[in-house]
Design a protein around this ligand. Structure first.
Ligand code: NDP
Length: 481
């Protein structure tokens, strides 16, 4: 039998009555001395924290990554140290544009964020279900996101803003092609791939660095809804992803993904026909084949949605020895902006929350601050600065990563210089079957409803450069609307 628990105040005192307030007589009024009533109402007023500006609506679970192939020649990261090694993780999937109450089955890019609790600290891979993104320069991120959110006057989403921006920023059309393809509306988080999207690096014990891309391929198969099917589902439930993922895990049907990497030797980055650090580009598989790494499985639902999925804080700044950054400008900006978003949303010590806390020892000299509940972890009250003579935690040069080679003149480089916005979307368009292409055209046309003609024409001009078949296809789909 469940233990009978005494209801208490937050200060631990027993609560004698949780149904009736203290009043002067049965008809009221209230007395201000009924502090527990005030406490209840005040707590309720503070139940919400700022929702994420992007990726507000999410679903997730705990699981493991099990290594199936040895890649320790590329990296000293302990997570990859031996075949059979298992590391715990939490995953959170999300839509990008919708708010916390948005419907799950909307056409959008999906976030694919993973936090691996490794033996040498947390590694966060904060990716998407697409291998590229809409931009290659972080200067454009806030403007791009504004076009996905609500119009300041109508408070409605604005297809005009989206297409105005995309048609003025043709580097976005690779990602727009994926968004408007079947993969823009997966039936559940279990039926889509995940990608690190950025170029990162791996480095090994000999101090050698290679550039790397991370891929997680669904073992459930790709499944998608058409716009019409999506609309029908949303008419029945706005929570289809939560129901599917939570339900599968409760039923013991644990979704899996196969993890792969692509590797590019440092030197080869100089000789590619494309910029390997450009977030709007993939690395072609034939030149950079997928190397298997392991199997990711999700097998445990969170106990408390808010504590675990609303407060889980992923940041590309969380890397571990053996994994490194790259010159990718957008990655470099996210190293700052994600951790900053968490400091704002969750507070200074967000990394100490149970869901974010590393499973290995954490010893640092950051002091005080709001909600510091963990005191000092330096082993001595006198070790509250560094260096010190009181056996406080110390740096360890054996973890120094090899230098990241950088040269060049500091300047603002035009984001289009030396960049080809059309070849890779063409490769994607051309690998689709005729039926997939038809759906791509009609989804693209449907998203243009209400957009002024000159903006549509500007967009079609770019599509013609990708492929005349592509622009012709959209044109005829527009006529059928
Ligand atoms: P490949 O033929 O070797 O690979 C094609 C890739 O496209 C596969 O990974 C496949 O994923 C994926 N794919 C198939 N349909 C879609 C879709 N509707 N939306 C997004 N991805 C899809 O060719 P390349 O490596 O030369 O790449 C050609 C084009 O494929 C690229 O320009 C890019 O647009 C796209 N692509 C490439 C990826 C890469 O890392 N090279 C990754 C994803 C897409 P799967 O195997 O899981 O079915």
């Amino acid at each position: 039998m469940a233990e009978n628990r005494q209801l208490t105040t937050t200060a631990g005192a027993p609560i004698p009555d949780n149904q009736n307030s203290i009043t002067a007589g049965p008809r009221g009024p209230l007395l201000i001395q009924d502090y527990q009533l005030i406490e209840k109402l005040a707590h309720q007023n503070r139940e919400r924290i700022p929702e994420r500006v992007v990726h507000a609506k999410g679903w997730g679970a705990y699981g493991t990554l099990t290594i199936t192939n040895d890649i320790s020649n590329y990296t000293r990261a302990l997570i990859f140290s031996e075949v059979g090694k298992k590391t715990d993780l939490i995953a959170r999937f999300s839509t990008v544009a919708g708010e916390l109450g948005a419907a799950d089955h909307e056409r959008d890019v999906r976030g694919f964020a993973l936090k691996f609790y490794t033996d040498e600290g947390n590694w966060d891979m904060v990716g998407n279900n697409t291998p590229v993104f809409f931009l290659r320069d972080p200067y454009k991120f806030p403007d791009f996101i504004h076009t996905q959110k609500r119009h300041p006057k109508t408070n409605l989403r604005s297809p005009t803003a989206m297409w105005d921006y995309w048609s003025l920023s043709p580097e976005s059309l690779h990602q727009v092609t994926i968004l408007m393809s079947d993969r823009g509306l997966p039936i559940s988080p279990m039926h889509m791939n995940g990608y690190g999207s950025h170029t990162y690096s791996l480095w090994n014990d000999s101090g050698e660095r290679v550039w790397v891309k991370f891929h997680f391929k669904t073992l459930q198969g790709h499944e998608f809804y058409t716009n019409e099917e999506g609309a029908r589902i949303v008419g029945k439930t706005r929570e289809g992803y939560q129901e599917a993922l939570f339900g599968a895990i409760e039923n013991g049907e644990f979704p899996q993904w196969r993890m792969f990497i692509q590797v590019m030797p440092e030197k080869e980055a100089e000789n590619q026909p494309f910029n390997p650090f450009d977030l709007t580009k993939v690395w072609p598989h034939k030149d950079f084949p997928l190397i298997e790494v392991g199997i990711m499985e999700l097998n445990k639902n969170p106990e408390n949605y808010f504590a675990e999925l609303e407060q889980v804080a992923f940041s590309p700044s969380n890397i571990v020895p053996g994994i490194g950054f790259s010159p990718d400008k957008v990655l470099q900006s996210r190293i700052f902006s994600y951790a900053d978003a968490h400091r704002y949303r969750l507070g200074t010590h967000y990394e100490a929350l149970p869901v974010n806390r590393p499973r290995c020892p954490v010893n640092h000299y950051h002091k005080d601050g709001l909600m510091n509940f963990f005191g000092q972890s330096t082993g001595s009250v006198d070790a509250y600065y560094e260096p010190n003579s009181f056996n406080g935690p110390q740096e360890d040069h054996s973890f120094l990563e090899p230098p990241l080679k950088i040269d060049g003149d500091a300047a603002r480089y035009d984001r289009h210089d030396g960049n080809d916005n059309y070849t890779q979307p063409r490769a994607l368009h051309d690998l689709m079957t005729l039926e997939q292409q038809q759906r791509l055209y009609s989804n693209t046309a449907a998203s243009m409803v209400g957009v002024p003609k000159d903006i549509i024409e500007r967009a079609l001009g770019h599509y013609t450069k990708i492929s005349p078949d592509y622009s012709d296809g959209i044109r005829s789909a527009l006529k059928q609307l």
